[in-house]
Write a protein that binds this ligand. Sequence first.
Ligand SMILES: Cc1cc2nc3c(=O)[nH]c(=O)nc-3n(C[C@H](O)[C@H](O)[C@H](O)COP(=O)(O)OP(=O)(O)OC[C@H]3O[C@@H](n4cnc5c(N)ncnc54)[C@H](O)[C@@H]3O)c2cc1C
Ligand code: FES
Length: 387
Amino acid sequence: MTTPVPAAVPAPAPPRRTAFHPLTVSEVRRLTDDAVEVTFAVPEELEGSYDYLPGQYVALRTTLDGTEIRRSYSICAEPRPGEIRVAVKRDLGGRFSTWANDFLKAGDVLDVMSPSGGFISKHPMNELNHPGDLDLSGEDVFVAVAAGSGITPVISIARTVLAASETVRFDLVYANKAAMDVMFLEELADLKDRYPSRFALHHVLSREQRISPLLSGRIDAEKLATLIDSVLPTRNVDEWFLCGPFELVQMCRDTLASRGVAAEKIRFELFTTGQPNRPEGQAGRPVAADPDADNYSITFRLDGLQGKVASPTHACETLLNAALRVRPDVPFACAGGVCGTCRARVVTGTVEMEENYALEPDEVEKGYILTCQSRPTSPAVTVDYDA
Ligand SMILES: Cc1cc2nc3c(=O)[nH]c(=O)nc-3n(C[C@H](O)[C@H](O)[C@H](O)COP(=O)(O)OP(=O)(O)OC[C@H]3O[C@@H](n4cnc5c(N)ncnc54)[C@H](O)[C@@H]3O)c2cc1C
Ligand code: FES
């Protein structure tokens, strides 16, 4: 996708700047053979930096075999001060998730970025970490479709909205290969016990036969249509939450759009773009700057300080890649256009953004870009990470 980005207009209240802090793992709890829940203790003096809304994620940073790696993980608990809980599912052959499942233990210290992300309810929450303040009115209905580790942000959202109002209904379609892969099995059963008439859980298993054929096999467009027509309370759904593999999320979005569901009622989160090329390929790519060559001039503001870097036009590098040459603390996590950590606002000049799975259309309208996906198209570009 190539998106010409217009110059910026004034932005609303600035989001909190994300920053890494070393946090100690207080517990590692096995959820399934291939998934662990990891709890980080947040010291009192840092609590203000780790407030979050249900659905947000943290980036974790560590060094494995001499290489720094960053990965994002959604927070799986409802907002509460003093800790951050994430769940890491082993990705076959994956570096961080394999290490976390096999070796991470209580007492280890990892760099944890303060929470961010836009996979959150649009119902205003008056204060972070106070789900009781969620502004819900009347009989709000939420429906979520999650697959595999896509349950992590969804369970946090479900717990929060169900606790926030006695009239909320939450339906969850949760897809897995087999029963043994289901993360948070007990916690989901507890939610059902606690809210028997308001929380409905539909487990769909692709490799196991369930009594209902509807709940067996992969969720394709046909199965989703049947679920919508026969099982889900799809009239007057307030918000849809979709989190899982790229193809499933896209299929759900297309199906909902074809049924006239307004885009602003659909929130989605992707953990990867599903593309074979390695996402982190760009961030940190070595580029030799030559002052006599043709260069783009990139200026950026970060934490109130201005940085400037020349980017050779032939290098076709992203703004993030160039900025990292002069400021190693420029924020990023996935480098693949899915997490939104590298967001900045274009102040002058123009850029082209390749992929965008993280910014809402209204943010793009206002001039926000993902710097890991954006390349200059004018000789000089200024962006503001603090906006
Ligand atoms: C906003 C966000 C939230 C997320 N939340 C969660 C969450 O709550 N829980 C969760 O488990 N995950 C979550 N993820 C995904 C997570 O960040 C990691 O991407 C995931 O854990 C895999 O990381 P890894 O280091 O184990 O795998 P990587 O080493 O990055 O590898 C990923 C995949 O690519 C394959 N691969 C690696 N190298 C190559 C190569 N050279 N050629 C071909 N294939 C290769 C691996 O086999 C593996 O299947 C989230 C991602 C985002 C962006
Ligand atoms: S770093 Fe994740 S979208 Fe840019």
